[in-house]
Design a protein around this ligand. Structure first.
Ligand code: S6P
Ligand code: ZN
Length: 192
């Protein structure tokens, strides 16, 4: 018998309902409203106005019951609502994994993008249903909904990876994703 650090999870069949952005069987569900994205949108005045008006939900993260522990491979489905704040598309907070590990995303519904930043280089991967975006170790990552319907994707990552949100507050993401006549445009992070 192999030795497990903790009690192992049983094999699972997990289904996703795009209409409710939920998974079954369900694990933790995280709802991020505008107020939890302080300091991330360039237009802080517009961010404050949105928080005071109705503090809209920007995204949800529905996790399976697989825990974030060593040797396990947790999964979650993020659904970002359509919208923008000061012309900047709705997005996730963004983070780096302090225990550097690769991660994969699979586009499920809508259109969005995966913004990656390693402290020097910025990369952008267009995401749509059926596209796999690969996040190498050490790259901070943020997801953005650039469409007019919910954008959802599956994330699969090692349970030992951890999440560092302060790194993005300290270093930015290299670029911002703005509404543009052609759909969207990437501009340098500190240009606004
Ligand atoms: C976890 C993975 C995703 C994000 C989710 C929300 O490693 O990258 O499940 O947690 O998309 O983004 P954030 O930046 O708020 O954690
Ligand atoms: Zn991640």
């Amino acid at each position: 018998m192999p030795e497990f650090a903790t009690v192992p999870v049983s094999p699972l069949r997990i289904s996703f309902d795009p209409a409710t952005a939920s998974v079954e069987p369900a694990g933790p569900v995280l709802t991020r409203r505008m107020s939890s994205l302080e300091g991330l949108f360039a237009d802080q005045g517009e961010w404050k106005r949105a928080v005071e008006e109705d503090d809209p939900v920007v995204y949800t993260v529905s996790s399976s019951p697989v825990p974030e522990i060593d040797r396990e491979l947790p999964q979650s489905i993020t659904t970002i609502r359509p919208g923008a704040c000061g012309g900047e598309f709705y997005m996730t907070k963004g983070h780096q994994h302090p225990n550097p590990q690769g991660e994969i995303y699979l586009g499920l519904t809508g259109v969005g993008g995966l913004l990656l930043f390693d402290g020097q280089r910025t990369e952008w991967i267009d995401m749509e249903p059926g596209v796999i975006g690969y996040i190498p170790p050490h790259w901070a990552h943020r997801s953005v909904n650039v469409g007019d319907e919910p954008y959802s994707f599956l994330a699969v990552y090692p349970g030992c990876a951890g999440h560092d949100y302060q790194w993005v507050l300290d270093h930015g993401m290299g670029a911002r994703v703005l509404r543009a006549p052609s759909g969207y445009e990437l501009v340098p992070y500190n240009s606004r």
